[in-house]
Design a protein around this ligand. Structure first.
Ligand SMILES: [Zn+2]
Length: 250
């Protein structure tokens, strides 16, 4: 059914007034939709930033623990060098009181082994130091990124708080306004409005004719039909999408 029969009797609200009320109601509902969209996205953005901050903090914490482990490992290797030095000294002093060449050579072997141990310790230390430097750089980078994210989060949170407190008031006002407008629309039309709005993806139940086409689905409207819409004597809906059509002058 493309046309709803709405005869104007004396004392009743004219179709034109009904159309105007519907169009006004649509505008108010679109405003409410905008507020909800605005609010609907911000908490998600805040949540994303909170997750990111938490992730960075964990990363920095883990890197610092790894740096601490490397520091301990370096200290261990340094102690290893000290121990080797002590052993070398001990073996060298023992060499001065050996009884034969075989004992001297045997101590020489021990000294050689301890020198190899020292070299190995030094090699490990330089490896650990390179690893540690890379981790320290990663900490510095993550720290800088974290500070950035934290300030982003703070401003987004503030924005959200403001929007929530601001829009609560605005939304209430708009809802009140919608209720007022609804009084000028009969139940049958109002139910149709709500049903169309619910099914329309962008929440538009009432659209204007734009460039000879429906403002909701953009299908062409024949000239005679456009004249009918302009006459404002009947409620006319789009044949394609079912939205209520009004002329852009309304
Ligand atoms: Zn349409």
């Amino acid at each position: 059914m493309a046309k709803m029969d709405t005869k104007t009797n004396t004392g009743e609200i004219s179709v034109e007034e009904k159309l105007r009320a519907l169009y006004n109601l649509q505008k108010v509902m679109t405003e409410i939709d905008k507020i909800r969209t605005l609010r609907g996205e911000l908490p998600l953005e805040v949540q994303d930033l909170e997750d990111e901050v938490e992730g960075l903090e964990t990363r920095i914490h883990n890197l610092n623990a790894e740096i601490k482990n490397l520091n301990n490992a370096i200290q261990e290797k340094k102690n290893g060098i000290k121990e080797a030095d002590l052993l070398i000294k001990k073996y060298e002093s023992q060499q001065s009181s050996v009884r034969n060449n075989r004992e001297f050579e045997s101590l020489n072997k021990e000294i050689e082994y301890q020198n190899l141990e020292k070299e190995l310790c030094k090699k490990r230390i330089s490896e650990f130091e390179i690893e540690m430097k890379a981790k320290q750089e990663a900490v510095a980078n993550s720290q800088a990124f974290l500070e950035e994210r934290k300030s982003d989060l703070e401003s987004k949170k503030k924005e959200l708080d403001n929007i929530v407190s601001d829009t609560k008031e605005d939304e209430e006002k708009l809802k009140k306004k919608a209720k007022e407008i609804e009084k000028d629309i009969d139940d049958r039309l109002l139910t149709a409005f709500k049903r169309i709005r619910k099914n329309a993806r962008n929440g538009l139940a009432v659209v204007t004719v734009e460039r000879d086409a429906c403002g909701g689905c953009f299908n062409k409207i024949p000239p005679q039909r456009q004249l009918d819409i302009q006459s404002r004597k009947k409620v006319i809906v789009c044949e394609y999408c079912g939205r209520i059509l009004v002329d852009s002058e309304l």
